[in-house]
Design a protein around this ligand. Structure first.
Ligand code: PEP
Ligand code: MN
Length: 345
Protein backbone atom coordinates (compact mmCIF):
# COMPACT_ATOMS: atom_id res chain seq x y z
CA UNK A 1 0.00 0.00 0.00
CA UNK A 2 1.34 3.41 -0.92
CA UNK A 3 0.87 5.07 2.46
CA UNK A 4 1.67 8.51 1.08
CA UNK A 5 -1.43 8.54 -1.08
CA UNK A 6 -3.69 6.79 1.38
CA UNK A 7 -6.46 9.07 2.61
CA UNK A 8 -8.38 6.77 4.88
CA UNK A 9 -8.38 3.37 6.52
CA UNK A 10 -11.38 1.14 7.06
CA UNK A 11 -11.08 -1.26 9.98
CA UNK A 12 -13.46 -4.20 9.49
CA UNK A 13 -15.21 -5.99 12.32
CA UNK A 14 -13.63 -9.28 13.37
CA UNK A 15 -16.74 -11.03 12.12
CA UNK A 16 -16.64 -9.41 8.67
CA UNK A 17 -16.94 -11.77 5.74
CA UNK A 18 -15.01 -11.69 2.48
CA UNK A 19 -18.25 -10.77 0.68
CA UNK A 20 -18.56 -7.68 2.87
CA UNK A 21 -15.00 -6.73 2.04
CA UNK A 22 -15.70 -7.25 -1.66
CA UNK A 23 -18.77 -5.00 -1.54
CA UNK A 24 -16.65 -2.19 -0.16
CA UNK A 25 -13.99 -2.71 -2.81
CA UNK A 26 -16.72 -2.49 -5.48
CA UNK A 27 -18.04 0.74 -3.97
CA UNK A 28 -14.54 2.23 -3.95
CA UNK A 29 -13.97 1.13 -7.50
CA UNK A 30 -17.20 2.70 -8.69
CA UNK A 31 -16.17 5.98 -7.00
CA UNK A 32 -12.80 5.98 -8.75
CA UNK A 33 -10.89 5.18 -5.55
CA UNK A 34 -8.59 2.25 -4.83
CA UNK A 35 -8.83 -0.10 -1.88
CA UNK A 36 -5.93 -2.14 -0.59
CA UNK A 37 -6.83 -5.02 1.67
CA UNK A 38 -4.52 -6.26 4.37
CA UNK A 39 -5.54 -9.08 6.65
CA UNK A 40 -3.94 -9.97 9.95
CA UNK A 41 -4.83 -12.72 12.42
CA UNK A 42 -7.65 -10.66 13.84
CA UNK A 43 -8.89 -7.95 11.57
CA UNK A 44 -9.04 -6.91 7.96
CA UNK A 45 -8.04 -3.36 7.15
CA UNK A 46 -8.71 -1.58 3.87
CA UNK A 47 -6.48 1.34 2.93
CA UNK A 48 -8.17 3.76 0.55
CA UNK A 49 -6.35 5.97 -1.95
CA UNK A 50 -8.04 8.52 -4.16
CA UNK A 51 -9.72 11.91 -4.08
CA UNK A 52 -10.22 12.85 -0.45
CA UNK A 53 -13.46 14.74 -1.03
CA UNK A 54 -14.96 11.87 -3.02
CA UNK A 55 -13.93 9.29 -0.43
CA UNK A 56 -15.23 11.44 2.42
CA UNK A 57 -18.64 11.48 0.73
CA UNK A 58 -18.96 7.70 0.61
CA UNK A 59 -21.26 6.10 3.22
CA UNK A 60 -18.54 3.68 4.31
CA UNK A 61 -19.59 3.46 7.94
CA UNK A 62 -23.05 2.28 6.86
CA UNK A 63 -21.68 -0.80 5.09
CA UNK A 64 -22.10 -4.14 6.84
CA UNK A 65 -18.92 -5.46 8.39
CA UNK A 66 -17.32 -2.04 8.91
CA UNK A 67 -16.04 -1.29 12.40
CA UNK A 68 -14.57 2.19 11.91
CA UNK A 69 -13.27 4.57 9.27
CA UNK A 70 -10.14 6.54 10.13
CA UNK A 71 -8.65 9.45 8.20
CA UNK A 72 -4.94 9.03 7.59
CA UNK A 73 -3.57 12.30 6.38
CA UNK A 74 -4.23 15.46 8.32
CA UNK A 75 -6.95 17.58 6.77
CA UNK A 76 -4.59 20.53 6.38
CA UNK A 77 -2.19 20.45 3.47
CA UNK A 78 -0.40 23.73 2.70
CA UNK A 79 0.68 24.29 6.29
CA UNK A 80 1.81 20.70 6.82
CA UNK A 81 5.38 19.50 7.22
CA UNK A 82 4.72 17.04 4.42
CA UNK A 83 4.00 19.96 2.11
CA UNK A 84 7.16 21.83 3.09
CA UNK A 85 10.01 20.16 4.96
CA UNK A 86 12.01 23.26 5.78
CA UNK A 87 10.97 25.80 8.42
CA UNK A 88 9.17 28.90 7.23
CA UNK A 89 11.16 31.97 8.26
CA UNK A 90 9.38 35.31 8.62
CA UNK A 91 11.57 38.33 8.01
CA UNK A 92 10.34 41.87 8.63
CA UNK A 93 12.32 45.07 8.92
CA UNK A 94 15.66 43.27 9.08
CA UNK A 95 14.70 40.85 11.85
CA UNK A 96 13.65 37.21 11.51
CA UNK A 97 11.51 34.67 13.31
CA UNK A 98 11.77 30.92 12.76
CA UNK A 99 14.44 28.58 11.49
CA UNK A 100 17.04 29.39 14.14
CA UNK A 101 15.91 32.99 14.73
CA UNK A 102 14.20 33.64 18.06
CA UNK A 103 11.91 36.66 18.25
CA UNK A 104 11.13 38.57 21.42
CA UNK A 105 7.93 40.51 20.80
CA UNK A 106 7.08 42.91 23.58
CA UNK A 107 4.97 45.91 24.44
CA UNK A 108 1.74 46.79 26.17
CA UNK A 109 -1.54 45.02 25.73
CA UNK A 110 -3.03 48.22 24.31
CA UNK A 111 -1.73 51.44 22.85
CA UNK A 112 -3.02 54.00 25.37
CA UNK A 113 -1.21 57.22 24.56
CA UNK A 114 1.84 58.52 22.74
CA UNK A 115 3.72 58.90 26.01
CA UNK A 116 2.90 55.38 27.23
CA UNK A 117 3.79 53.68 23.98
CA UNK A 118 7.00 55.56 23.27
CA UNK A 119 8.17 54.80 26.79
CA UNK A 120 7.28 51.10 26.38
CA UNK A 121 8.98 50.99 22.98
CA UNK A 122 12.23 52.42 24.24
CA UNK A 123 12.27 50.07 27.24
CA UNK A 124 11.72 46.94 25.12
CA UNK A 125 14.16 48.05 22.43
CA UNK A 126 16.88 48.72 24.98
CA UNK A 127 16.24 45.37 26.68
CA UNK A 128 16.71 43.50 23.42
CA UNK A 129 13.21 42.91 22.09
CA UNK A 130 13.12 42.31 18.34
CA UNK A 131 9.54 43.49 17.72
CA UNK A 132 7.06 45.84 19.33
CA UNK A 133 3.47 44.88 20.11
CA UNK A 134 0.46 47.01 21.03
CA UNK A 135 -3.26 46.69 20.35
CA UNK A 136 -5.23 49.51 18.76
CA UNK A 137 -8.39 47.42 18.35
CA UNK A 138 -8.95 45.47 21.55
CA UNK A 139 -11.23 42.44 21.91
CA UNK A 140 -12.57 43.02 25.42
CA UNK A 141 -14.83 40.68 27.34
CA UNK A 142 -16.77 43.68 28.63
CA UNK A 143 -18.26 46.22 26.25
CA UNK A 144 -17.64 48.84 28.97
CA UNK A 145 -13.88 48.20 29.06
CA UNK A 146 -11.34 50.25 27.07
CA UNK A 147 -11.72 49.20 23.43
CA UNK A 148 -8.49 50.68 22.06
CA UNK A 149 -7.62 53.92 20.27
CA UNK A 150 -8.38 52.58 16.79
CA UNK A 151 -6.59 54.27 13.90
CA UNK A 152 -5.01 56.84 16.25
CA UNK A 153 -3.47 53.89 18.09
CA UNK A 154 -2.10 52.50 14.83
CA UNK A 155 -0.46 55.86 14.06
CA UNK A 156 1.20 55.97 17.47
CA UNK A 157 2.37 52.37 17.17
CA UNK A 158 3.85 52.91 13.71
CA UNK A 159 5.61 56.07 14.87
CA UNK A 160 7.13 54.25 17.86
CA UNK A 161 8.19 51.44 15.56
CA UNK A 162 9.88 53.93 13.27
CA UNK A 163 11.67 55.63 16.11
CA UNK A 164 13.02 52.40 17.61
CA UNK A 165 13.50 50.53 14.34
CA UNK A 166 11.31 47.69 15.65
CA UNK A 167 8.70 46.06 13.41
CA UNK A 168 5.23 46.38 14.93
CA UNK A 169 2.56 43.75 15.62
CA UNK A 170 -1.07 44.72 16.15
CA UNK A 171 -4.45 43.02 16.18
CA UNK A 172 -7.05 43.20 13.44
CA UNK A 173 -10.60 42.39 14.54
CA UNK A 174 -12.69 43.52 11.60
CA UNK A 175 -12.02 43.14 7.85
CA UNK A 176 -13.23 46.74 7.47
CA UNK A 177 -10.07 47.88 9.26
CA UNK A 178 -7.77 45.75 7.12
CA UNK A 179 -6.56 48.58 4.93
CA UNK A 180 -5.65 50.76 7.90
CA UNK A 181 -3.86 47.92 9.70
CA UNK A 182 -1.92 46.99 6.57
CA UNK A 183 -0.88 50.61 6.22
CA UNK A 184 0.61 50.81 9.72
CA UNK A 185 1.49 47.28 10.86
CA UNK A 186 4.37 45.00 9.92
CA UNK A 187 2.62 41.91 11.31
CA UNK A 188 -1.14 41.48 11.68
CA UNK A 189 -2.31 39.69 14.80
CA UNK A 190 -5.49 37.63 14.71
CA UNK A 191 -6.67 37.23 18.29
CA UNK A 192 -7.75 34.06 20.06
CA UNK A 193 -11.40 35.05 19.87
CA UNK A 194 -11.18 35.38 16.11
CA UNK A 195 -9.23 32.22 15.32
CA UNK A 196 -12.25 30.79 13.58
CA UNK A 197 -13.55 34.02 12.06
CA UNK A 198 -13.15 32.56 8.61
CA UNK A 199 -13.90 35.77 6.71
CA UNK A 200 -11.23 37.57 8.69
CA UNK A 201 -8.77 34.73 8.03
CA UNK A 202 -9.47 34.83 4.30
CA UNK A 203 -9.11 38.62 4.30
CA UNK A 204 -5.61 38.54 5.82
CA UNK A 205 -4.77 35.69 3.47
CA UNK A 206 -5.12 38.14 0.62
CA UNK A 207 -2.60 40.75 1.79
CA UNK A 208 1.17 40.90 1.88
CA UNK A 209 1.72 41.07 5.60
CA UNK A 210 2.77 38.24 7.92
CA UNK A 211 -0.03 37.11 10.22
CA UNK A 212 0.37 36.10 13.86
CA UNK A 213 -2.51 33.71 14.47
CA UNK A 214 -3.41 33.07 18.09
CA UNK A 215 -4.90 29.77 19.18
CA UNK A 216 -8.54 29.98 20.22
CA UNK A 217 -9.44 29.54 23.87
CA UNK A 218 -11.03 26.18 23.16
CA UNK A 219 -9.32 25.24 19.91
CA UNK A 220 -7.44 22.03 19.27
CA UNK A 221 -4.05 21.96 17.57
CA UNK A 222 -5.77 20.68 14.45
CA UNK A 223 -8.27 23.53 14.48
CA UNK A 224 -5.43 26.03 14.81
CA UNK A 225 -3.71 24.49 11.80
CA UNK A 226 -6.95 24.51 9.81
CA UNK A 227 -7.35 28.21 10.63
CA UNK A 228 -3.81 28.79 9.34
CA UNK A 229 -4.74 26.81 6.23
CA UNK A 230 -7.52 29.36 5.53
CA UNK A 231 -4.91 32.12 5.43
CA UNK A 232 -2.30 30.26 3.39
CA UNK A 233 -4.92 29.03 0.92
CA UNK A 234 -5.53 32.65 -0.09
CA UNK A 235 -1.88 33.05 -1.03
CA UNK A 236 -0.33 34.42 2.15
CA UNK A 237 2.10 31.80 3.46
CA UNK A 238 3.65 34.12 6.05
CA UNK A 239 1.81 32.78 9.08
CA UNK A 240 3.07 32.56 12.66
CA UNK A 241 1.20 30.25 15.03
CA UNK A 242 0.78 31.44 18.61
CA UNK A 243 0.10 29.27 21.65
CA UNK A 244 -1.45 31.59 24.26
CA UNK A 245 -3.01 29.15 26.68
CA UNK A 246 -6.32 27.34 26.53
CA UNK A 247 -9.27 27.06 28.87
CA UNK A 248 -9.15 24.11 31.21
CA UNK A 249 -10.59 23.28 34.63
CA UNK A 250 -7.49 24.82 36.23
CA UNK A 251 -8.11 28.14 37.96
CA UNK A 252 -4.63 28.83 39.33
CA UNK A 253 -3.74 30.54 36.07
CA UNK A 254 -5.79 32.67 33.66
CA UNK A 255 -5.40 29.95 31.00
CA UNK A 256 -3.36 26.76 30.80
CA UNK A 257 -0.22 26.99 28.68
CA UNK A 258 -0.28 23.93 26.44
CA UNK A 259 3.47 23.52 26.20
CA UNK A 260 3.22 20.27 24.28
CA UNK A 261 1.44 22.15 21.50
CA UNK A 262 4.80 23.71 20.66
CA UNK A 263 6.68 20.57 19.60
CA UNK A 264 3.49 19.10 18.13
CA UNK A 265 2.93 22.15 15.93
CA UNK A 266 6.59 22.08 14.91
CA UNK A 267 6.29 18.42 13.95
CA UNK A 268 3.09 18.85 11.97
CA UNK A 269 3.74 22.21 10.35
CA UNK A 270 6.56 24.18 8.78
CA UNK A 271 5.15 27.40 10.25
CA UNK A 272 6.96 29.12 13.12
CA UNK A 273 5.48 28.97 16.62
CA UNK A 274 5.37 31.77 19.17
CA UNK A 275 4.37 31.41 22.82
CA UNK A 276 2.55 34.14 24.75
CA UNK A 277 3.19 33.46 28.46
CA UNK A 278 1.36 36.64 29.50
CA UNK A 279 -2.11 35.60 28.34
CA UNK A 280 -1.35 31.95 29.09
CA UNK A 281 -0.76 32.60 32.78
CA UNK A 282 -2.18 36.04 33.53
CA UNK A 283 0.58 36.37 36.13
CA UNK A 284 3.73 38.48 36.09
CA UNK A 285 5.84 35.98 38.04
CA UNK A 286 5.04 33.12 35.66
CA UNK A 287 6.21 34.95 32.56
CA UNK A 288 9.87 34.07 33.02
CA UNK A 289 9.55 30.33 33.75
CA UNK A 290 7.00 29.89 30.96
CA UNK A 291 9.18 31.80 28.51
CA UNK A 292 12.13 29.56 29.30
CA UNK A 293 9.96 26.46 29.02
CA UNK A 294 8.69 27.64 25.64
CA UNK A 295 12.19 28.19 24.30
CA UNK A 296 13.27 24.78 25.59
CA UNK A 297 10.24 23.23 23.87
CA UNK A 298 11.30 24.73 20.54
CA UNK A 299 9.34 27.99 20.26
CA UNK A 300 10.51 30.44 17.59
CA UNK A 301 9.41 33.45 19.56
CA UNK A 302 8.02 34.77 22.83
CA UNK A 303 5.40 37.49 23.09
CA UNK A 304 5.32 39.37 26.39
CA UNK A 305 3.10 42.16 27.67
CA UNK A 306 4.98 44.96 29.36
CA UNK A 307 3.88 48.43 30.44
CA UNK A 308 5.77 51.46 31.80
CA UNK A 309 3.38 51.53 34.78
CA UNK A 310 1.32 48.30 34.93
CA UNK A 311 -0.77 49.66 37.81
CA UNK A 312 -2.26 52.30 35.49
CA UNK A 313 -2.72 50.00 32.45
CA UNK A 314 -6.08 50.22 30.72
CA UNK A 315 -5.97 46.49 29.91
CA UNK A 316 -4.14 43.43 31.22
CA UNK A 317 -2.18 45.36 33.85
CA UNK A 318 -2.06 42.36 36.20
CA UNK A 319 -0.06 40.30 33.73
CA UNK A 320 2.14 43.12 32.40
CA UNK A 321 5.78 43.31 33.43
CA UNK A 322 7.17 46.65 34.59
CA UNK A 323 10.39 47.84 32.90
CA UNK A 324 12.72 46.26 35.49
CA UNK A 325 10.88 42.95 35.35
CA UNK A 326 10.95 43.01 31.57
CA UNK A 327 14.68 43.70 31.45
CA UNK A 328 15.29 40.71 33.74
CA UNK A 329 13.13 38.35 31.66
CA UNK A 330 14.62 39.61 28.38
CA UNK A 331 18.11 38.82 29.67
CA UNK A 332 17.04 35.28 30.56
CA UNK A 333 15.41 34.88 27.13
CA UNK A 334 18.69 35.91 25.49
CA UNK A 335 20.59 33.37 27.63
CA UNK A 336 18.10 30.66 26.69
CA UNK A 337 18.41 31.53 23.00
CA UNK A 338 22.18 31.13 23.20
CA UNK A 339 21.79 27.87 25.16
CA UNK A 340 19.52 26.38 22.53
CA UNK A 341 21.61 27.71 19.66
CA UNK A 342 19.33 30.41 18.22
CA UNK A 343 20.07 33.99 17.38
CA UNK A 344 17.91 36.82 18.66
CA UNK A 345 16.06 38.07 15.59
C1 PEP B 1 -3.62 40.32 23.20
O1 PEP B 1 -2.61 39.89 22.62
O2 PEP B 1 -3.62 41.38 23.88
C2 PEP B 1 -4.85 39.52 23.16
C3 PEP B 1 -6.06 40.10 23.25
O3 PEP B 1 -4.61 38.21 23.07
P1 PEP B 1 -5.59 36.94 22.91
O4 PEP B 1 -6.30 37.13 21.62
O5 PEP B 1 -4.64 35.79 22.92
O6 PEP B 1 -6.51 36.95 24.09
MN1 MN C 1 -3.64 41.56 26.39
Amino acid sequence: MAIGSTEMIIVMQESATSEEVDRILELLDSAGARGHVSTSDLVTVIGIAGERDVIAGLPLEAYPGVDKVLPILHPYKLVSREFRRSDTIITVGGTSLGGGHLALIAGPCAVESEEQLFEAASVVKEAGATMLRGGAFKPRTSPYAFQGLGVRGLEILAAAGQQTGLPVVTELMDPRDLEAVVEYADIIQIGARNMQNFQLLSAVGGVERPVLLKRGLAATVEELLMAAEYIVREGNDQVILCERGIRTFETATRNTLDISAVPILKQRSHLPVVVDPSHASGKVDLVEPLSLAAIAAGADGIMIETHPTPETALSDGAQSLDPAQFRAVAARVRDAAAWIGKSMG
